[in-house]
Unconditional design. Structure first.
Lengths: 537, 139, 332
């Protein structure tokens, strides 16, 4: 479906005008093309034993739900209320102050009031009140409660698959109400009825079977890495043999599979291998634990756990000492905030120590997982790496903080430190749009499907708007980031809103500037484009 | 993880704070105000003459307002006479009118003011009558 | 929606108290029964709600991190917004509860000619902080009615609150908080009515407490500055409640009983409403947990083993392909 031109896309958005009808009276929800993902396929749900596996078509009036679907949802809410204090408290204490309202990129980009975090949560809260609070039972609608019926269910589906779980709202909420948590719960409930999207359930099934979302089988993964090494050889003259499933290696390296496959992720992947080669790191890839990302996280926490169990199991099988993680957003949210609870105590690994610098990563002493940016920043600080920054001189760089790493971990300085050490031109975007206040790319949490492009372009607008600002002011032409979804989602976003701005991972920039021992005079960057000052200009 | 201990600790603090008025009252007497109007100056008057500038009920609720009005009238407008609802005229003076009869500040003024925790600032400017203090000391 | 309903309810409550005391003369009901009942409901209800939340565990440690994290590297940690220790968390919670730090961060987004502008916006914070602190001061000041001797702290608060030494219409000293709470309440109510977004999300239960508290404040102000009441009699009543020797002194007008009844309603309503955010903010897992996830394991009491794919199954499926590609396998 063709999108309107950028200047037209959000011309219909008016954040100050609300519909005349109260929000409870606007059912049934209209499934607008470009605003929802396609429904899950039965075979993908069945492969991972999800309930009610059947081909699910969103626009079909009949969603082929189980007989007692209503009861399933209500019992599901009850169970989650009892299990999650987050959910329980967040259902109860919102005062509807509205501080979150204009913090959501989807609200800013669509003007749809149900994209205000508070109202997104109220969609589910109203159902909760009806069945679980005395005020809801007694006062009904006047108590903010409503009956769960098929139209309400469809509305829940529509709007909880329009949230990217970026947590920007939770930053501003005076009580820390986290819409991501509510979305996670809502999606768990929807998944009890087999109401997933194709774009999430497909990768989940793939990941279960092959270890990665894309369904890359082991031999393909190997040839992909070798293919990249061919390119590296062309560029640097150095031949790298990627270690795969190597037992006894010191470190297991895991990165999102997006880095194995799509432009510009592959350049980042080349960067990892060049970096590890240069410092002589004793590491290994695993063809099974070959996905740091986790689309299970967008399905249910249980599914997330099922998909990530392989990582520590592989670490154990391959007898490594610790795990190094690549650049990814939600991967790091899961790794950082959930892994230890799910899989700990991790007593078969060692507290990570950089074999090059000797730095002991005490802050990862329990999970034994270190972020590549932490690892690289430490290398740079110790002067281990030599750079020719001028190789990146054609790049005027800004850094997009990925939501999950920002608000689920708090890593802001490491990537900036790295970029400033390998690039001469770096400019941050305005303060209200970076670091903990960063705007989402608009495509996170499984929303980077093609069929939801209009919603993505609208949701990505606040981010693009800030990029446009530094593009116009400083001539920024590259958005660096440490997230595989960003690397997939930002290029179309930039092409749409700020043409001329490209996207890259941070390690790509590192590898491009890094002077490798024994390399030939480089003529090309990792994308095989002429380096600045080397022809073509 | 429940953090049960912290929650219970918090609830105990909550409980202690909200019941503080009750717990503070334990073992203490329930006090009642009893402003005295039996000063010698009043007792000297014949019973029919024992009347304040306005009715007792009015004085209870409005005396503070009246005193402020008197002050403003005397100090700012130079008016010194007050005509009450009965048509009777009084000199607008705290010391020469009010305290003339109510010479027992501690038993009359302070009794209620202390009771409801009100601190009038009459005595920031006026000289506090000393006799009561002397009397009490003598007793 | 529901502003009318909320207003009518509060007006109904006011009328009920007026009717009950001035017409029917059930003063004891309003002076003794309702206050006691409300207090008991408040205390037990509050504890019940907290315990109910407390019974739900915190399965995962998911703080919202709002600053640079702690790491073994040299970067300076933001210890308040991204705490890694219990002390840090205590500090973060202190600022959250006492200065509304998250709300202070508030911004406003505006679209102008196809561009987005995001700027600082502190009005909501100011209104909220003015309201809450005014309410707290007023609440504490009222302790003079519930204790024979107020502690010096409360005397100090009271004298600070009235330090302007201004009289309105010759009435007692003006309390600053009377002005600030009125202004804050009208602001909070006004934005619910005038800001289309806030209006759209508001429920009757959002307007009701505003009108209720407005009613309480108004009757309080009327009693203090305009229609005098016999304060000694009122203190006799309130002390009677505290000493469990309840009395209904004569000469207390309906205005006071309306005030007391609305306060009773507020107390009784509190545990069953959004006002519980007072207790809830302490239990919010995105704020009250340290971001030390990779250092210390957080245990989930209901964690259960899940079915997942083991390497053996994986190798069984792909063994031939792996061997062909020269990838090491477990079983030849």
């Amino acid at each position: 479906m063709a999108l309107p031109r950028p200047e037209e896309l959000i011309s219909d958005v008016n954040l100050k005008k609300m519909p005349s009808k109260p929000w409870m009276d606007t059912l049934p929800v209209e499934f607008k093309p470009g605003f929802y993902c396609y429904g899950a396929k039965g075979k993908n749900l069945a492969y991972v034993d999800m309930p009610n596996a059947r081909d699910f078509h969103v626009t079909d009036p009949d969603w082929k739900l189980p007989e007692d679907w209503k009861n399933i949802v209500i019992q599901g809410i009850k169970q989650r209320i009892e299990r999650f204090r987050t959910f329980h408290v967040f259902m109860d204490i919102c005062v509807r102050c509205g501080a979150c309202a204009d913090k959501c990129h989807f609200f800013i980009g669509t003007g749809d009031p149900k994209n205000m975090p508070v109202l997104r949560a109220e969609l589910l809260r109203s159902v909760y009140r009806k069945y679980f609070t005395s005020s809801g039972k007694i006062f009904g609608r006047n108590g903010g409660a409503r009956e769960l019926d098929l139209d309400v269910l469809k509305e829940l589906w529509y709007y909880f698959y329009q949230c990217t779980e970026c947590r920007r709202c939770s930053l501003f909420c005076p009580y820390g109400i986290d819409t991501a948590e509510i979305t996670i719960m809502a999606r768990e409930l929807l998944n009890l009825l087999g109401l997933n999207t194709d774009w999430i359930s497909g990768p989940v099934a793939n990941c279960y079977r092959t270890g990665n979302h894309l369904g890359i089988e082991p031999h393909t993964m190997k040839s992909t890495l070798e293919f990249m090494c061919n390119d590296i050889e062309d560029i640097t003259g150095i031949r790298i043999e990627p270690p795969i499933n190597k037992k006894g290696a010191e470190i297991l390296f895991v990165t999102p599979s997006g880095d194995l496959f799509a432009d510009p992720g592959i350049y980042n992947c080349m960067g990892y291998m060049m970096l590890f080669h240069e410092i002589g790191l004793d590491y290994t890839w695993s063809t099974f634990a070959c996905e740091g990302g986790n689309f299970g996280f967008f399905t249910s926490l249980e599914m997330a756990k099922r998909l990530h169990s392989k990582i520590y199991e592989e670490a154990k099988r391959l007898k490594v000492k610790w795990i190094l993680g690549g650049e990814c957003g939600h991967m790091w949210r899961v790794w950082h905030q959930y892994h230890d609870t799910w899989f700990g105590p991790i007593d078969f690994l060692e507290v990570p120590v950089s074999p090059i610098t000797g730095t002991k990563f005490e802050h990862a002493k329990s999970t034994k997982i270190v972020h590549i940016s932490e690892f690289t920043a430490d290398l740079i600080r110790h002067g281990v790496l030599k750079f020719d920054k001028s190789r990146n001189d054609n790049l005027i760089v800004t850094f997009h903080d990925s939501c999950n790493v920002s608000r689920g971990m708090g890593m802001f300085e490491e990537p900036r430190y790295i970029i400033k050490n390998v690039c001469n031109h770096f400019y941050d975007m305005p303060d209200e749009t970076i670091r903990e206040q960063t705007f989402c790319c608009g495509s996170g949490s499984g929303l980077n499907a093609g069929e939801i492009m209009e919603q993505r372009m609208r949701g990505g607008f606040p981010r693009a708007n800030a990029v446009r600002y530094v593009h116009e002011k400083f001539g920024v032409n590259l958005v660096a980031n440490i997230c595989a979804i960003d690397r997939a989602a930002l290029p179309p976003l930039m092409n749409y809103w700020v043409p001329g701005v490209r996207v890259s991972g941070v390690t790509e920039l590192v590898a491009n500037a890094m002077i490798m021992k024994g390399e030939k005079e480089r003529e090309m960057n990792l994308r095989m484009e002429p380096l600045p000052g080397k022809g073509g200009e | 993880m429940y953090d049960g201990g912290k929650i219970i600790f918090g609830l105990i603090i909550f409980l202690v704070l909200v019941t503080l008025p009750f717990t503070l009252s334990i073992g203490k007497d329930y006090t009642k105000v009893n402003p005295k109007i039996d000063t010698p100056e009043i007792m000297k008057l014949p019973e029919t003459e024992r009347k304040c500038v306005e009715s007792k009920d009015f004085m209870r609720k409005e005396h503070m307002k009246m005193l402020i009005e008197w002050r403003d009238a005397v100090v700012r407008d130079g008016k010194t006479l007050y005509v009450n609802s009965q048509g009777k005229t009084f000199n607008m003076s705290l010391q020469n009118t009010c305290m003339q009869c109510h010479s027992n500040k501690s038993k009359f003024c302070d009794e209620c003011h202390n009771y409801v925790k009100v601190k009038p600032y009459c005595w920031d400017c006026h000289i506090e009558p000393k006799e009561n203090i002397k009397k009490e000391a003598a007793l | 929606m529901g502003i009318g309903l909320a207003l009518i309810t509060v007006l109904g409550l006011i009328f009920f108290a007026y009717f009950g005391t001035a017409v029917v003369g059930l003063n004891a009901l309003f002076a003794i029964v309702f206050p006691y009942a409300a207090f008991i409901i408040f205390v037990l209800g509050f504890i019940y709600r907290i315990v109910k939340w407390g019974k739900s565990p915190v399965p995962y440690r998911i703080p919202t991190t709002a600053g640079q994290h702690y790491s073994s590297l040299w970067f300076k940690q933001n210890k308040i917004d991204n705490p890694s220790t219990a002390w840090g968390v205590a500090l973060r919670m202190f600022f959250e509860v006492f200065t509304f730090r998250s709300l202070f961060r508030n911004t406003k987004a505006e679209l102008l000619q196809g561009r987005l502008y995001v700027g600082s916006s502190k009005w909501l914070w100011l209104g909220a902080i003015a309201f809450h602190y005014s309410f707290l001061v007023i609440f504490l000041r009222h302790m003079r009615f519930f204790t024979p001797e107020t502690p010096w702290v409360i005397d100090t608060i009271e004298s600070l609150d009235s330090f302007l030494q201004v009289h309105i219409l010759g009435s007692p000293l003006l309390y600053i908080t009377n002005l600030t709470i009125l202004a804050a309440l009208l602001y909070l109510l006004g934005r619910r009515i005038l800001d289309p977004k806030i209006k759209y999300i508001s429920l009757p239960s959002d307007y009701f407490p505003l009108f209720l508290i407005l009613g309480i404040i108004t009757t309080g102000i009327l009693m203090r500055y305009f229609f005098k009441v016999d304060v000694t009699a009122i203190k006799e009543l309130t002390l009677g409640l505290v000493y469990f020797k309840p009395v209904v002194p004569k000469g207390i007008g309906s205005l006071f009983y309306i005030h007391l009844f609305l306060v009773s309603i507020l107390f009784a309503y509190f545990p069953f409403s959004k006002l519980m955010h007072m207790g809830g903010v302490f239990l919010s897992p995105t704020r009250n947990l340290a971001n030390n996830n990779r250092m210390e394991r957080h245990v989930n009491p209901w964690e259960y083993p899940v079915k997942h794919r083991h390497y053996e199954e994986y190798e069984d499926e792909f063994r031939e392909k792996m061997k062909k590609a020269g990838i090491p396998v477990e079983k030849e």
